[in-house]
Design a binder for this molecule. Sequence first.
Ligand SMILES: Nc1ncnc2c1ncn2[C@@H]1O[C@H](COP(=O)(O)OP(=O)(O)OC[C@H]2O[C@@H]([n+]3cccc(C(=O)O)c3)[C@H](O)[C@@H]2O)[C@@H](O)[C@H]1O
Ligand SMILES: Nc1ncnc2c1ncn2[C@@H]1O[C@H](COP(=O)(O)OP(=O)(O)OP(=O)(O)O)[C@@H](O)[C@H]1O
Ligand SMILES: NC(=O)CC[C@H](N)C(=O)O
Length: 584
Amino acid sequence: MRRIRLALAQLNMTVGDLEGNAKKIKAAIVRARAQHADVVLFPELAVSGYPPEDLLLKPDFIDANRRALDDIRKETDDIVAIVGFPSADDYDIYNAAAVLQNGRLVGEYRKHYLPNYSVFDENRYFGEGQESPVFDFGGDIVGVSICEDIWYPSGPPQWQALAGGAELLVNLSASPYYRGKPHERARMLATRAADNVAVVAYCNLVGGQDELVFDGGSMVFAPDGHMLARAPLGEETLLVVDVSLDEVFRKRLHDPRRRKDVELAKHFGRIVPRLEGEPLRGVSAREETEPREALVAPYPDDLEEVYRMLVLGIRDYVHKNGFEKVVVGLSGGIDSALTATLAVDALGPDNVVGVRMPSRFSSEGSLRDAEELAVNLGIRLLTISIEPPFEGYLEALKEVFAGREFDVTEENIQARIRGNYLMALSNKFGWLVLSTGNKSESAVGYATLYGDMAGGFAPLKDVYKTLVYALATWRNTLPDGPVIPHNTIVKPPSAELRPGQQDTDSLPPYEVLDAILRLYIEEDYSPTDIVAQGFDPTTVERVIRMVDRSEYKRRQAAPGVKITPRAFGKDRRLPITNRYRSRA
Ligand SMILES: Nc1ncnc2c1ncn2[C@@H]1O[C@H](COP(=O)(O)OP(=O)(O)OC[C@H]2O[C@@H]([n+]3cccc(C(=O)O)c3)[C@H](O)[C@@H]2O)[C@@H](O)[C@H]1O
Ligand SMILES: Nc1ncnc2c1ncn2[C@@H]1O[C@H](COP(=O)(O)OP(=O)(O)OP(=O)(O)O)[C@@H](O)[C@H]1O
Ligand SMILES: NC(=O)CC[C@H](N)C(=O)O
């Protein structure tokens, strides 16, 4: 019985921490070997972290990666380790996977399909791989590919299976999260396994990196497409699973499709060399009879999935940038309440400080709601009035503003005093400021530059207001009881920057706004097409005008966790200076 044991090291790497990453990789190899794994897999560019961006333009960075890989190679006695790293030859650099065995580099695979859409920029850095080698370990044939390669029905994994005879297809990935993507990946990988009649093992990165969060969710599929194993969402794990390569051979005898398709792969001139390793030395070389049962981790529902990814994104941003504590302005409103709750779930209550900053327009109810939240979360709450500096500003500007009405200018001064307070607390105590703006506000520019937009990280940046409500309501169902005050959820949203102000004075109701925004921002629907979905033409026109006009604000905004297929930031690049207007 040809059974081999795979270990998928779903690890949280840090970009640029080559020593730390190498140490983690070596520790995982030791653990995999202790469990008699034959092959251990790591994520894409595990050594450098992903995405390393313009670090890849530094020759010393490339050299340091090679040295870290050499260090890892020495740790590979009795095991095959497949490790992602940026590789160089005399000609170019490549997004590569090193196949290491018994202290030797058996060979490397270079990624063919370099993604250059959405948040990806790989053509900026890497040359394309030209060969799709398979690795022969005493008759066990393994095809190696990297992330995007396996998203193509006809790509390196297919050529390796058809023209190279690979029975096990492994893929090293750094596939960032958006809502629902874990299920999309599972569907795609099941199809690859069934179409190529091969075992597919997919090892994904986990953790946050600036605006991206990687959910992990590494998986293994049998040659009939059913899931054999799945790692938990958002956690570091060594997922160990036994797979049968005899099963692949048997199934292929019953499924003759490859006899026709192999000609196709050859026809396209795909180069599939066979590189010789040594026979595997894990379970496959032992007398074990019973396959070990693998974990198929349960997956959370939609809202929990998003919530957990936001928590992971905050935790990693804060810790990987050397902070311990964060500070959040608590207005008694829903955005600051959800931001503070996420921060507590990410960092613990001792590492989150809330600040109430009342003005003459703050209602008693808002102050109470902020206090109730702080008590429920068990966080420290400071109260610092903005009245004295606000008075000071009004006085200082009285003469120049003589004869002018109270307007958005004075509203923004309040928001800017608050931003200033929060940054002062940050400077004095080293607390990172979390700004609370959501995607709906950021879309239409409903936020004050250098005011409530001040801050280092914006957890809700890619969360529409309607989803803010849904997440807050979901969080309140957890066993630690409702933490977000009921009143915060049910009261009409208001910035409380002038008497009786409500968000709906300036914006359409959030259900309408968010629906229009999603079509315009994520789908690039034209105004005519949005109106055809049943929205009022004047509202559509106004919303689109606000979105287009606010590009300058978004460019100055703090980074935040991407959770939708198209977030602001690298994912949506529009000129600020721009006369084009989509019209109905
Ligand atoms: N293309 C461009 N490139 C660079 N800068 C540009 C610009 N166009 C305007 N500007 C600058 O931007 C300024 C306007 O921006 P800004 O000063 O922010 O002010 P503005 O956008 O006029 O006002 C802020 C809006 O956000 C709302 N708000 C504030 C605070 C909290 C909340 C909430 O509920 O969360 C809502 C508030 O009610 C108001 O509608 C202009 O005076 C100009 O200096
Ligand atoms: N009185 C206040 N005390 C402390 N922070 C405040 C206060 N008012 C506003 N802020 C801060 O500024 C952010 C923007 O708040 P604002 O009330 O203007 O709009 P919002 O988008 O409805 O946010 P929220 O739902 O949190 O109220 C708040 O989330 C909060 O961090
Ligand atoms: N790193 C990559 O190649 C990622 C691309 C891929 N399609 C994904 O998002 O999963």
